[in-house]
Design a protein. Structure first.
Length: 162
């Protein structure tokens, strides 16, 4: 182990590392203001995150991931795709995603039913909802309170079912 040669990163490598793991002051303020976390899922993907008190089969807490959306127009129609980065403004349009595909079937079904019931009469732009994932679009400013309200109701529902 003592003979392993190391070298200092080149300026280009260091710039890449800094960009990959650092946040702007605005992004750090967003994390503080909204009581959320930074999460690096690997492969260059960075997210804002919010853990909930529901656990998958491996005893990992479920987690909301938040990314900014990039808007595309094709033949006059708007399309959105999530980026691999975190929002830079609270007014930015984002995707809020909750993956629960690693939960046992009964728990995943309870979460799915709960989310369908909760989103039915609320002002939530649902992107997808099935037995493993839920995603909705909104600005960071409007979406975080909706995400936290959904989280509270899911946690209460799951706790009451045990």
């Amino acid at each position: 182990m003592k003979n392993i040669k190391t070298r200092k990163a080149t300026p280009q490598e260091q710039a890449y590392i800094n960009a990959l793991y650092s946040l702007t002051e605005t992004q750090e303020q967003i994390i503080k203001d909204y009581d959320i976390e930074f999460w690096h899922s690997g492969g260059g993907c960075r997210h804002l995150a919010y853990e909930i008190n529901v656990f998958d089969e491996d005893s990992n807490k479920l987690m909301w991931l938040i990314n900014d959306l990039e808007e595309y127009t094709h033949k006059g129609k708007k399309y959105y795709d999530h980026s691999a980065d975190v929002p830079t403004s609270e007014d930015q349009f984002c995707i809020f995603g909750l993956w629960f595909g690693y939960c046992d079937y009964k728990l995943a079904k309870k979460i799915e039913i709960s989310l369908k019931r909760l989103t039915k009469n609320k002002n939530i732009q649902v992107r997808s909802l099935d037995n493993s994932q839920f995603c909705f679009y909104d600005t960071l400013k409007n979406g975080v309170p909706k995400m936290k309200a959904l989280t509270k109701e899911i946690e209460t529902f799951i706790k009451g079912e045990k």
